[in-house]
Write a protein that binds this ligand. Sequence first.
Ligand SMILES: Cc1cc2nc3c(=O)[nH]c(=O)nc-3n(C[C@H](O)[C@H](O)[C@H](O)COP(=O)(O)OP(=O)(O)OC[C@H]3O[C@@H](n4cnc5c(N)ncnc54)[C@H](O)[C@@H]3O)c2cc1C
Ligand SMILES: O=P(O)(O)OC[C@H](O)CO
Ligand code: FES
Length: 494
Amino acid sequence: MYDVAIIGAGVVGCSIARELSRYDLKTVLIEKDTDVANGTTKANSAIVHSGYDAKPGSLKAKLNVQGNALFDQICKELDVPFQRIGSLVLAFEEEEMKIIRELYEKGLANGVPQMEILGKEQILALEPNVNDRIIGGLYAPTAGIVGPWELAIALAENAVENGVELRLESQVTNIEKQGEGYRISMEGQQIDARYVINCAGVYADEIHNMVAAPSFKIVPRRGQYNIFDKSVGNFVSKVIFQCPTKLGKGVLIAPTVHGNLLVGPDAENVDCKESRETTMERLAFIREQARKSAPNLPYHGVITAFAGLRATPDTGDFIIEEAKDAKGFIDVAGIESPGLSAAPAIAVYVAEILKNMGAIGREKWDFHPMGRKMIRFMELSDAEKAEIIKRDPRYGRIICRCENITEGEIVDAIHRKVGARNMDGIKRRVRPGSGRCQGGFCSPRVMEIIARELKMDMTEVVKDNPKSYILIGPAKSSSVLRENLDAAAASKTW
Ligand SMILES: Cc1cc2nc3c(=O)[nH]c(=O)nc-3n(C[C@H](O)[C@H](O)[C@H](O)COP(=O)(O)OP(=O)(O)OC[C@H]3O[C@@H](n4cnc5c(N)ncnc54)[C@H](O)[C@@H]3O)c2cc1C
Ligand SMILES: O=P(O)(O)OC[C@H](O)CO
Ligand code: FES
C-alpha cells in the first residue's frame, strides 16, 4: 500500500512529488500520458509572475508570491533555465493608469517587492520597441521566465531519485474508498493508497467526482501563441503585458529562456478538454493585439504556433483542500494561471495539509536536492568541449543544426531517470525540433537515435502518444536505397 498517490504529472504533481520525497513516505506519481509535463505544463506563457494580479487574500495571490520567491533556489538545484527579467504592464490612456494603480495596490497587499509605477519615457528607455503612444505602466522586477516543461521534468527526475515511483501511461479510470484509504484503478492495474492528491489539470473535476459529490467544474479555456525565431528573440528584454481584462492578463510579448520570442495568448472557453489546435482567426486577433504593444513586432520571424488549455474553475480561486466528503482525498484543482509560478509553493502547502492530517512523519536524512546536471554542449568552453568529445565522441556529432544539439545530449536525455521515449520527449528535454526548421532536418536523425537506444524499430518511434506514428513502413524505393547503401558500406567504395 502506498502512503500517497499523486494523480497527474504536470508541474504541480511533479512539484508535490518532489516535495514529498523529502519525507519518509511511499509515494507514487501517476500519469496517463507517455511522459510527464504533457498537459498544460507544456503550453503556457512560461512567466513566473511577480504576484500583483490576484485578489488579495486569495490562494492564488499568496501562493504566487511565495512560489516566485522559491524559483531561484529550485532552478539552481535542478539546473532549470530561469531568468528574473522583470515585467511591464502598459497603459495607453488615463483610464488604464487607474488599473495600473490598482494593480500596484494589489501587489503591495500581496507582498510583491520592488514594484514601481513608471512614466512613458522611463518605459521607453527600458524597452525602445514598445509603442510610443503609452502614457505609463507598472514595472515589477521580480517577474521571470522559466522553462516550464524542463522544470517539471527535473522535479520528476529528482523525486524519482529520492524514491518516488513514477507510473506513466496509467490513466486513472476509477477510485473507490477502501478501508484505510483508496483503491485506484488504471487500465489493467490497481493500487491502494492512504492519501490521494488530485493534480489532474483540466480533468481534476472528473477525478474528484470519482470519490466525492461534484463541488466544482473545470472549464478548459484555450490560449494560442506564436513563437518567433531566435534572430528576433531580443526584440524586448522584459515581459510586456497590456492591462488585464475579465478573461485574464491579455496578450503579452516576452523573450523565452531559449532566446525565442513568444506572443500570445488569447482566452477562449472551449467544450473539449483536448482542443489544443490553433486557428488562423485567433492568431490574427493575437497579432493585432500584440501590435498595440509593439507596432513593429517582427512577424516575418514566426516559426510556429501552439495552444494550451487553462484549467479554469467555476470558484474563481485555486481549490487546494481535502474533499468535504472524502477523507484523505486532497484536490489540487483549478490551477490556472499563475499555477506555474505558484507550483513550488503549492507543493509546500500540500505537504502542510498532509502534516496536519498526521500523514507525514520525519524528514529523510538522505534526501538529495540536487538534480543531475545536463551537459549543454554549446555552453561549454573549447577546452571542455574537447575533453568531453575525447571521453564520448557522440558529443562531437551535431544532430540538430538549428539548436546545435549533439548526439551525446540526445542519448543522455533518453537514458536519464525520467528519460525521453518519443520525439516530443526529446524535443522538450534537449530541443531538437524546436529550431527554425522545426525538425525538418534533424527529425529523421533523432528517430534513428531513439530506435537504436531503445532497441525498437523506426516505425515504432512516435511523436507523442502511442498512436502518433511518423513512419508506417518502409517504402520500396527506400528499402532499395538502404540495400544499396549497405552494399556500398560493405565494399568500402565510398
Ligand atoms: C495559455 C496559458 C498560459 C499560461 N501562462 C502561465 C504563466 O505564464 N505563468 C503561470 O504561472 N501560469 C501560467 N499558466 C498556468 C499554468 O500553465 C498551469 O497552472 C500549470 O501548468 C498547471 O499545471 P498542472 O500540473 O496543474 O496541470 P497539467 O500540466 O495539465 O497536468 C495535469 C496532468 O494530469 C494528467 N491527467 C489528467 N487526467 C488523468 C488521469 N485520469 N489519470 C492520470 N493522469 C491524468 C494529465 O495528462 C496531465 O499531465 C498558463 C496556462 C495556460 C493554458
Ligand atoms: O491569461 P491568463 O490570465 O490566464 O494568464 C496566462 C499567463 O499567465 C500570462 O499569459
Ligand atoms: S535542425 Fe533541428 S530544428 Fe532545425
